[in-house]
Design a protein around this ligand. Structure first.
Ligand code: SAM
Length: 344
């Protein structure tokens, strides 16, 4: 038993939720105050494209905003169309006697709320809040200090999540032998999976300087004989051959739909027929109206990355388009889950 992969006795999910939901109130404030979305939507219900046109906002962040409003029961969704709910109408529509829009207005100049307005208008991510002097999260990851701090954050989170992922998929990997952990960070998920699957070895694909950080972390946990690290760019280099399992853990949600399609096409080209693809992160429900913790998490991804949380239906259709059959979806822990898919 490797001491790093022992389960805690208490559940950390609420702690994860506090951290992951930190930007949600800023997004709600901006939506309600600056864009007055509830008043406008009450007058003109519409689908995502119509809301973007009405507000002058970009599709990706508007999608995240509408999901967050729906998850808070401020709007409802029927088919593809959004309507203001009774709760939204009473408490956030200008003119209602119980309207608390001005209560939120007292928060509208918080720096992240200002960022949210810019992200909504431009579609481009804002700076990572602890790296204001660095252009954006992906560029910031080329800075050694930022990369270490960020990779450490992903790594400690992964100690619990990796075990839950491994428990969910170990049965599916019983005859698999080599896994490529694409954008694998510190390698904590690769280590957790090989720990749970005795027949499996893994390779973590990362960009510099994270590759060196991963090598240290993997050796420090005693997995250097079963988990290697290779340098590559998952978007522009062909993925290496010779693997029968691919893992994208918390990777797709960093990217907008065109890059997600590129990543899945890359995986599809490199995996043999019958190969297994695992997509692990936090997913929205089919209608993208919740669950609330994932809708809140999507706000930080929208703000700081080029991505957002995807709905389960969206992932199924991306997988299908990339020549994968979805075998199943399974919840893991702390609002995360995994899609298990097979290359056709
Ligand atoms: C949010 S982190 C997820 C890390 C890890 N898989 C996890 O679940 O914690 C995304 C990772 O993707 C990596 N990444 C981003 N762009 C990449 C690229 N073009 N090629 C390879 N890795 C990349 C980053 O370095 C980062 O470690």
């Amino acid at each position: 038993m490797n001491p790093f992969f022992a389960n805690p006795t208490t559940d950390p999910s609420e702690l994860y939720r506090l951290r992951d939901g930190i930007f949600a109130v800023d997004l709600l404030t901006t939506a309600i105050v600056e864009f007055d979305v509830i008043t406008k939507l009450a007058a003109a219900p519409g689908d995502l494209a119509a809301v973007c046109a009405m507000l002058g906002t970009a599709r990706r962040p508007t999608d995240v905003m509408l999901t967050l409003l729906a998850a808070n029961d401020l709007i409802t969704k029927a088919g593809e169309k959004f309507y203001v709910s009774e709760r939204g109408r009473e408490h956030l529509m200008t003119g209602s006697q119980w309207c608390v829009r001005d209560y939120f207005a007292s928060l509208q100049d918080r720096p992240v709320a200002r960022d949210m307005a810019r992200v909504l208008r431009t579609g481009k991510p804002a700076n990572w809040s602890s790296a204001d002097d660095l252009d954006n999260w992906h560029d910031a990851m080329e800075d050694e200090n930022f990369a270490r701090e960020f990779t450490a954050a992903m790594d400690c989170r992964g100690l619990v999540l990796a075990q839950s992922l491994a428990a969910a998929v170990a049965g599916d990997l019983s005859s698999s032998s080599r896994m490529l952990d694409i954008g694998g960070g510190s390698g904590v998920y690769a280590c957790g999976l090989v720990h749970a699957c005795p027949g499996l070895t893994a390779s973590v694909l990362e960009k510099p300087p994270i590759d060196a950080i991963a090598r240290e972390a993997i050796a420090g946990r005693g997995f250097a004989d079963r988990v290697e690290v290779q340098v590559g760019d998952m978007l522009s280099d062909p993925l290496p051959a010779g693997f029968d399992v691919h893992l994208f853990s918390n990777v797709l949600h960093d990217w907008d739909i065109p890059e997600v399609e590129v990543l899945l096409a890359q995986s599809s080209r490199a995996l043999p027929s019958g190969g297994t693809l695992l997509v692990h992160e936090a997913f929205l429900n089919e209608s993208k109206t919740g669950p609330l913790p994932v809708a809140e998490y999507s706000a930080i991804l929208m703000h700081s990355t080029q991505g957002r949380c995807y709905g389960q239906g969206e992932i199924r259709s991306f997988l299908d388009a990339a020549d994968f059959d979805t075998v199943r979806y399974q919840d893991t822990t702390a609002d995360r889950g995994v899609f298990i898919a097979r290359k056709r």
